[in-house]
Design a protein around this ligand. Structure first.
Ligand code: G16
Length: 543
């Protein structure tokens, strides 16, 4: 039986950089999740009888919302839903399942790298049939719908069993298929990478340490690294997905993976350390004694991807988000392939990948991926690194250093000011915008502003325009500072300040990063007046 339930709209359901993210108690308000899910369905056309993929990163409240989504999909006329066992699908695996089974789309329940638990974060996003996050045209329509919605439809059957793999016909006729995506995902990785070469490297004593951060990649990583590639048991840590990620912040960076980071910098470090985040789309790469910034990782992966079977034919092009460093641009230039600069948000890569213009994409926020799916993919990045290490037979440190010698080094750092008062953060950005016309020509210490703008992206495929994607201050000589407000936080505003300097001279490649960027950090403070406007003396997180 299908029920039509009257509801009243919430005015705060605007999707951010990657779907709707809020605290769990916000999602637990009456009809909050239902309103958003119905608004997704109301913004789509032509899905009657088709297949919807539903899965999440296993965080607190995942199971409850999955049951609601299944019943609402049935009531709205989907013919089939594919659900991950236990309600769990990593974000890249969900993207793969949507593509492989030619689904109409997917609902992914995740707040990614944000903490989980009864008072922490939850999220819902919609992915389209290419497996990628819905473009702005659709997320705008969803938001518009949330503001006026007055009814949602839900089927009245008991909760389904999410833990039994197999197919079932639900009351009303919709087919429920519960699958274990580890098998499908592992098979895809085996097509792309030379598992034999990696297995051989590991059998020679190459030690890896992978931290799954008590999040979604645990089962995938155990299967791939330990069972298929032969890494000793214990190489994958924190592999049991937990609803609260063990109380940790599942963001794979040197701050939140401190234990792994310290181990990799210590005596007797493993050869290779890596981690992924809450929903499995981000990655952290650390060699013995060296952290690889996500921007450098993108450039190095792009420069060496041809060593992996899935990319042996070369790359069509590279895409990066605007705040990501220009390191990958130098690789594209030398190879004579396309380079695309998009706004922050994986959804902006979808068109370039679909059109075959880009093969590899990456972001400073620890995301890298390729045209194998339409999400960034943490384990994919780790495997591509391992494939490259296996073929080159060199250490991470050597590969990174040689890359800088060849292309120059883009010193890079991001300073985050989290939980800032929203009005203060908006005021800071407005003040920056008001200076855009007057900044060019001004000097800040040794730095002279060449250009200042508010980044706008003109999508070369669908010709859409996305404006106000971050303030760029470009200095003579190629250094720059970028300011933008995060679109993934759930309390107050997060100001992100991205600082970058290019250094071609290899005798100057061993300066400590913050020191190498010191002039730019001072200029950023002077131009944006961060301290007095945010009331903060220092960033909350520096990566
Ligand atoms: C999401 C998006 C990424 C983006 C990141 C940071 O990642 O998918 O494309 O780079 O947020 O966004 P912001 O700077 O607005 O916080 P994830 O891993 O959270 O899904």
């Amino acid at each position: 039986m299908i029920k039509s339930v009257s509801t009243t709209p919430y005015q705060d359901q605007k999707p951010g950089t990657s779907g709707l993210r809020k605290k769990v108690p916000v999602f637990q308000q009456p009809n909050y999740a239902e309103n958003f899910i119905q608004s997704i369905f109301d913004s789509l056309e032509g899905f009657q009888g088709k297949c919807l993929v539903i899965g999440g990163d296993g965080r607190y409240y995942n199971r409850e919302v999955i049951q609601k989504a299944i019943k609402m999909a049935a009531a709205n006329g989907f013919g089939k839903v594919i659900v991950g066992k236990g309600g769990i699908l990593s974000t890249p695996a969900a993207s793969h399942i949507i593509r492989k089974y030619k689904a109409f789309g997917g609902i992914i329940l995740s707040a990614s790298h944000n903490p989980g638990g009864p008072t922490e974060d939850f999220g819902i996003k919609y992915n389209i049939n290419n497996g990628g996050p819905a473009p702005e045209k659709i997320t705008d329509a969803i938001y518009a719908r949330t503001k006026v919605i007055d009814t949602y439809k839900i089927a009245d059957f008991p909760d389904v069993n999410l833990d039994r793999i197999g197919k079932d016909e639900l009351p009303g006729g919709m087919i429920l298929s519960v699958l274990d995506s580890v098998e499908d995902y592992t098979a895809l990785m085996e097509e792309l990478f030379d598992f034999g070469a990696i297995r051989n490297l590991i059998s020679l004593g190459f030690r890896i340490a992978f931290d799954a951060m008590s999040a979604v990649t645990g089962p995938y990583a155990k299967e791939i690294f330990e069972n298929r590639l032969g890494a000793p048991s214990g190489s994958v840590r924190n592999f049991m997905p937990l609803p609260d990620f063990g109380g940790h912040h599942p963001d794979p960076n040197p701050v939140h993976c401190k234990e792994l980071y310290d181990e990799m910098m210590g005596d007797d470090a493993p050869d290779f350390g890596a981690a992924s985040d809450g929903d499995g789309d981000r990655n952290l790469i650390i060699g013995r004694g060296i952290f690889v910034t996500p921007s450098d990782s993108l450039a190095i992966l792009a420069a060496n991807a041809n060593l992996a079977p899935g990319y042996s034919g070369g790359l069509a092009g590279i895409a990066r988000s605007m705040p990501t460093s220009g390191a990958a641009d130098r690789v594209a230039e030398r190879r004579g392939i396309g380079m695309y600069e998009t706004p922050t948000g994986w959804k902006f890569f979808g068109n370039l990948l679909d059109a075959g213009m880009a093969t590899i994409c990456g972001e400073e926020s620890a995301g890298t991926g390729s045209n194998h799916v339409r999400e960034k993919d943490g384990l994919w990045a780790v495997l591509l690194w391992l494939n490259i290490l296996a073929v080159r037979g060199e250490s991470v440190q050597d590969i990174v250093t040689q890359h800088w010698q060849t292309y120059g080094r883009n010193y890079y750092s991001r300073h985050d000011y989290e939980g800032v008062d929203t009005d203060a953060a908006n005021g800071l950005m407005a003040n920056l915008r008001s200076q855009l016309g007057s900044l060019p020509g001004k000097s800040f210490g040794p730095l002279k502003v060449e250009k200042a703008d508010d980044f706008a992206y003109h999508d070369p495929v669908d010709k859409s325009v996305s404006e106000h994607q971050g303030i760029r201050i470009l200095f003579e000589g190629g250094s720059r500072v970028v300011f933008r407000l995060s679109g993934t936080g759930t309390s107050g505003a997060t100001l992100r300040v991205y600082v970058e300097r290019y250094e071609p001279d290899s005798s100057r490649h061993n300066i400590e990063t913050q020191q190498a960027l010191a002039d730019l950090i001072v200029a950023a403070e002077t131009i944006a007046d961060i301290r007095s406007r945010t009331g903060r003396d220092a960033p909350s997180v520096i990566t």
